[in-house]
Design a binder for this molecule. Structure first.
Ligand code: AMP
Length: 303
């Protein structure tokens, strides 16, 4: 496995791979890898011939009072996991390599970035789209793998690639969950034992909403009320938002129909967690994408 930390070296490696007729697959991450990341790597491994994992805790996407300094890092462990997954190349640049000076040029995706996580994190998505554009410019033509856990990020990146005609195929991958339903996240490492026990209530609230919808509810306000009621049973959990949105353009939905997203964010202790369920609704038929469990092939259920 190749491990590079210079932009020129990643660019050359991807160019060599394409010149040899290999398809390049890129998995952008901030490291501290877990099964969620590994599922993206496996998808890239399945579809492409030269799999690149980028590991970069991008300062630009953290707000002034956020967790940049204490974000968990374990490069040695990440490299071992990448090796085990048959990754071809890991790119772990320094902040100075990526931003030798503060960028005068940033990428902003309008509208899609305003609400949901953008409301509490107003500079976050500009940081994401700027660094992802840089990674795409370095890697060149490729398929890029993103988790549906960050559903808004996936929608924003897909829109940016479409708007700017970037030579990238954006591939969304299912949410990977712990056995009790909690969506895997590097930030779960922050949770105290008590917070960790409380955190799956976020998924339970989505699950209760899905059951309501399967039973015929189509009114978004009542679905949101169900999410709030279940989340409210856990005193350690403070809901930041609970929303029903069109899954493609993230606009608010009042009556559930077609492709919709139930999206939530909450604070548990000091840790901000997000989760969502994608639903495909066609008349009385409801298909819910609850994701997969890290340790089983069956669909997840609340503990
Ligand atoms: P991060 O390292 O948190 O920036 O995440 C890197 C990529 O992994 C993003 O595309 C995330 O959406 C994805 N990811 C993180 N957690 C999960 C999860 N539990 N299931 C699926 N994908 C995930």
């Amino acid at each position: 496995m190749l491990h590079v930390d210079r932009i020129a070296d990643l660019r050359a490696a991807c160019e060599r791979a394409r010149a040899a007729g290999r398809r390049v697959g890129v998995v952008p991450t901030m490291g501290f890898l877990h099964e969620g990341h590994r599922s993206l790597i496996r998808a890239a491994r399945r579809d492409t011939d030269f799999v690149v994992v980028t590991i970069f805790v991008n300062p630009l996407q953290f707000g002034a009072n956020e967790d940049l300094d204490r974000y968990p890092r374990d490069l040695a462990g990440d490299l071992a996991q990448c090796e085990a997954e048959g990754v071809d190349c890991v790119f772990s640049p320094s902040a100075a390599e990526m931003y030798p000076r503060p960028p005068a040029t940033t990428v902003h995706v309008a509208d899609l970035t305003r609400d949901l996580c953008g409301a509490a994190r107003p500079t976050h998505f500009d940081g994401v789209t700027t660094v992802v554009t840089k990674l795409f410019a370095i890697a060149g033509s490729c398929s890029a793998y993103f988790g549906r856990k960050d559903a808004q990020q996936l929608a924003v990146v897909a829109r940016m690639v479409d708007d700017l005609n970037l030579p990238v195929e954006v591939v969304g991958c299912p949410i990977v969950r712990e056995a009790d339903g909690l969506a895997m996240s590097s930030r779960n490492a922050y949770l105290s034992p008590g917070d960790r026990a409380a955190a799956p209530t976020l998924f339970s609230s989505l699950w209760a909403a899905v059951k309501l919808i399967v039973d015929g509810e189509r009114d978004a306000a009542r679905v949101v009320a169900m999410i709030r009621a279940v989340a409210g049973t856990e005193t350690r959990l403070a809901l930041e938002y609970a929303e029903v949105r069109d899954a493609h353009d993230l606009t608010p939905v009042t009556t559930l129909d077609g492709s919709v997203l139930l999206a939530v964010a909450a604070r548990v202790g000091g840790t901000r967690l997000i989760d969502n369920v994608h639903l495909q609704i066609d008349g009385a038929t409801v298909e819910a994408d609850l994701g997969t469990r890290r340790d089983a092939n069956d669909a997840p259920a609340p503990a």
